[in-house]
Design a binder for this molecule. Structure first.
Ligand SMILES: [Zn+2]
Length: 458
């Protein structure tokens, strides 16, 4: 079949390429699943097989947003333990989380994905680490929801094997065995991981955190990922308490512990990384270890302010994450662009912390880099996959803001007129095309109530 083209014209374009090239009024030509050209002014004349021509007047085109840290299942445990710090919050919620089953996880994934896709996310990720016995095929359910929503997806297959009786934080009934977790993770990679250029589903190996996972699971998880050629993900250096936990149990801080278990490297990215000293940041930079910065969650749980400007200056790859929606009830990534910028300006760097363009880069190219997909997505460049968003900036909220990138990052959450994944529309005029938003709202409410009832009885 002949190539089919979509032409977008008359919009501002922020390519987020290496030189931050922007056009005040530019064009993008999409040919099947690829970006064929991006440039100033109108699209070239004489293009054949143009199936759709879009007038982008009043809009900004950017790469689709890339989320690098999330826990979908938490969509049905939002609004609980709202005044707790991380460890107290975890202890409060583990007993409820340990009762999840496949229909709950599927509904929660649909809710999480719908919320993100509607707000311009074209690549989603889920770090799922709660696998109660007999709960069904949770990984399969999450992947099914991602395919149905139409977004690109990384499932970080998590695990916990350090229950309370081994000095860990989660209750014993919420954890797997070392052997069980490794075998199930390997089976998930074998069944679902697609390493191809335009892959829609990838799997990472993702033991939950130092305080819920044995040293052996960290070590063997790293070996498994490298044997399979997939990426590694976990939580790192989130709170002061975690640092103390590592020092007491392992005789070293989190970064040294990660290094000792094979967990620093170009194929690793970690959520949070709030409590990092200069030598921790240097170790991440030296090894190419990536960071998923989650500003709203870090604020919600009073974890602290990650040193993102220092990480960027040192060359650490940094993306953005919403984190699970039990610690960031909104679950939207486009608002995290703004929060990343604002939160970092409250830190040590004051007004020199992050620019609006750096914030946009974190949410696009930076995310693609930490997911290992920077050669395929994350910027608008010819030859890359056509994952892009057309943001509407000509209404009350944004029409009088001079700079379109500042409007997107600093203004109210901008509506999405169109988002494409692999050149295929996922959102049109603010509505999801492949998912019934109201039906998802109902099923997530029903499953949240069912979980609350089961947890109450337990
Ligand atoms: Zn998390």
């Amino acid at each position: 079949m002949a190539v089919q083209r979509i032409v977008i014209e008359n919009c501002a374009v922020a390519t987020v390429d290496a030189g931050d090239t922007e056009y005040a009024s530019g064009h993008i030509v999409v040919a099947d699943d690829l970006i064929e050209s991006v440039g100033d002014g109108k699209a070239p004349d004489g293009l054949e097989n143009v199936v759709r021509r879009i007038d982008g007047t009043g809009h900004l085109a950017t790469p689709g947003l890339v989320n690098t840290h999330h826990h979908f299942y938490q969509w049905i445990t939002r609004g609980l333990a709202t005044d707790h710090n991380l460890f107290d919050w975890l202890v409060a919620l583990y007993p409820t989380w340990a009762r999840i089953d496949e229909p709950m996880v599927y509904a929660a994934a649909q809710g999480s994905l719908a919320m993100m896709a509607r707000g311009g996310v074209t690549t989603a990720m889920d770090h799922h680490y709660v696998f109660p016995k007999g709960s069904g095929d949770l990984s399969g359910a999450v992947i099914r929801a991602a395919r149905e929503t139409g977004v690109r997806f990384t499932l970080a297959r998590g695990s916990m094997d350090r229950g309370e009786s081994d000095g860990g934080l989660p209750p014993d009934f919420a954890v797997e065995t070392l052997e069980g977790a490794l075998a199930a993770t390997e089976a998930t990679v074998d069944e679902h991981h697609d390493a191809s250029f335009a892959s829609m589903v990838q799997i990472a190996v993702a033991p939950c955190s130092p305080f819920s996972v044995s040293t052996e699971l960290m070590r063997q998880g790293a070996e498994l990922a490298r044997r399979k050629g997939v990426r590694l993900h976990t939580h790192g250096s989130e709170t002061v308490e975690e640092e103390q936990f590592c020092k007491e149990l392992f005789g070293m801080g989190p970064t040294d512990y990660f290094e000792s278990t094979g967990w620093l490297g170009e194929d690793v990215w970690m959520a949070h990384c709030v409590h990092m000293n200069d030598s921790d940041i240097a170790a991440f930079a030296r090894t190419g270890t990536g960071v998923a910065h989650c500003p709203s969650s870090n604020a919600r749980l009073a974890a602290g302010i990650a040193r993102v400007p220092d990480m960027l200056a040192a060359g650490v790859p940094v993306g953005l994450g919403v984190d699970g929606t039990a610690s960031n009830e909104s679950g939207e990534l486009h608002t995290e662009l703004r929060n990343a910028l604002l939160v970092n300006r409250l830190g040590a760097h004051r007004e020199a912390a992050l620019s609006a363009r750096q914030a946009l880069r974190l949410g696009t190219y930076g995310g693609a880099r930490v997911l290992g997909r920077a050669s395929q997505i994350g910027s608008l460049e010819a030859g890359k996959l056509a994952d892009l968003v057309l943001w509407r900036l000509d209404t009350l909220a944004h029409a009088s803001i001079a700079d379109p990138v500042a409007a997107l990052v600093l203004g109210a959450a901008a509506p999405v007129t169109l988002s494409l994944v692999n050149g295929r529309p996922v959102v049109e005029d603010g509505h999801l095309l492949h998912v019934d938003e109201d039906a998802v709202a109902r099923s997530t409410r029903d499953e949240a109530r069912r979980l609350a009832r089961i947890a109450e009885k337990a």
